[in-house]
Design a protein around this ligand. Structure first.
Ligand SMILES: NC(=O)CC[C@H](N)C(=O)O
Length: 416
């Protein structure tokens, strides 16, 4: 008998959301305060408007407030949960089988995960992988991350797509006690990501030299031969794989904190400067990062930005950013390189975007989303300055865009 045919496949879990699995689900699915707690519900997602989605609590027995978003990637839940750009966010995974490769010490993008919680349709899948060192459930507990399983993630995702990413509270209460009005008030009082500077919370405390040798020894890819250039990477919440990719492309990498000034950056005498990804609102972090970026631009050094770094480069050049309704989070987003006409399948995680109409003369759009036409890359005409909204380092995701790291190193070599 196939697993599908069995009455209750163990990794499917049970839908706790009071919906008949065969009935059409509406974007507004979810119950109000008065709906009775389904038997066995030890967790809930409570939205600011009072909507309640019941589930089974997983991970840490606690409550966390944040922006509820969804990610459609089919792999890489550990990389996603440890991507510092998810600070302040609760991640709904639309793919099932979360947990199937367990967790390990290598597939992390930072040591301390910044995501506030996670939401799954099925129960956590037991690990079946030779690299699994710890089951996901234990890993979540050890990092204090609460989550929910058994939730109708399709209904939640459709709601987010229809109405935008809401503020919500994920609560895991093993005793089955829920103060729903208080939880909804917590969500309502949360100020939201607009205007929020979170890079300050996830950046490194002091400068350090990135040493990829440990990773290379573990069997990953690493730099071939001696470094050919020195890059200062400004850490707004940098993913490790970006630093690995820079090193693999031939860079010696010095990482500096988010609040570094242009003088702090240039003191390291870099051949090029990199602006990392990171959480929160680019305009808020830009309050201190834009003057730094403008100072670096004046130096004439090659400059490359990814995601938050891309958005803040645009701000430094005089453009504007705005908050998207739903954002882009997944690993199959098609992006067109307007210079070559090639389409890359990309990894994405962003909720803000550069306003194309605000780009000044001399700044070209180089990449565009084939989902919604939004700006995915810019470059300054005649200068070695460029950035992309998506994640060429992938992790998780396809590696179609790795060429951008080589492009940066080539621009550095040409500028030397
Ligand atoms: N991955 C990122 O760098 C995200 C950038 C920014 N926080 C956004 O949501 O748009």
């Amino acid at each position: 008998m196939s697993r599908r045919a069995s009455a209750a496949a163990p990794d499917e879990g049970t839908d706790m959301s009071n919906h008949d699995a065969t009935a059409p689900r509406t974007p507004a699915a979810g119950d109000g305060f008065d709906a009775p707690r389904p038997p066995g519900a030890t967790g809930a997602l409570v939205l600011a408007d009072g909507t309640v989605f019941w589930g089974r609590g997983i991970g840490a027995a606690t409550a966390q407030v944040g922006e509820v978003v969804f990610n459609t990637a089919m792999t890489g839940y550990q990389e996603t949960l440890t991507d510092p750009s998810y600070a302040g966010q609760i991640i709904t995974f639309t793919f099932p089988h979360i947990g199937n490769v367990g967790t390990n010490a290598e597939d992390i993008e930072t040591l301390t995960p910044a995501a506030r919680g996670l939401i799954l349709r099925a129960d956590i899948t037991p690990p079946a992988n030779w690299r699994a060192a710890k089951p996901l459930e234990d890993w979540l507990v050890s990092h204090g991350i609460p989550g929910l399983a058994g939730l109708d993630t399709r209904a939640l995702t459709r709601r987010i797509r229809a109405k935008g990413a809401p503020a919500g509270v994920v609560v895991h209460a093993p005793d089955g006690r829920f103060d729903l009005p208080a939880l909804a008030a917590l969500a309502r009082d949360w100020p939201g990501l607009k205007g929020m500077d979170l890079a300050r919370e996830v950046t490194c405390r002091q400068s350090y030299g990135w040493d990829e040798s440990e990773w290379t020894l573990r069997g990953g890819y690493g730099r071939q031969g001696e470094p050919r250039c020195h890059v200062v990477a400004v850490d707004f919440g940098a993913k490790r794989n970006i630093l690995r990719c820079l090193a693999a492309a031939g860079c010696r990498v010095t990482v500096v904190p988010a609040e570094s000034t242009a003088e702090d950056v240039l003191r390291h005498r870099p051949d090029g400067v990199f602006l990392s990804n990171g959480p929160g609102d680019p305009a808020a972090t830009g309050a201190y990062a834009v003057p730094m970026i403008q100072g670096v631009l004046e130096s004439g050094l090659p400059l490359f930005g990814i995601c938050l770094g891309h958005q803040m480069l645009a701000l430094a050049l005089g453009a504007k950013t705005f908050k998207m309704d739903t954002g882009h989070r997944g690993a199959n987003h098609p992006v067109k390189d307007l210079e070559t006409g090639k389409v890359e399948i990309t990894s994405q995680n962003h909720g803000f975007v550069v306003d194309e109409a605000s780009l000044p003369a001399g700044v070209a759009v180089t990449h565009r989303s084939l989902f919604d036409g939004s700006v995915e890359g810019i470059a300054v005409a005649g200068r070695p300055v460029f950035s992309v909204q998506y994640h060429p380092e992938a992790s998780p995701g396809p590696q179609d865009s790795h060429y951008l790291f080589q492009r940066f190193v080539d621009k550095i070599a040409a500028a030397k």
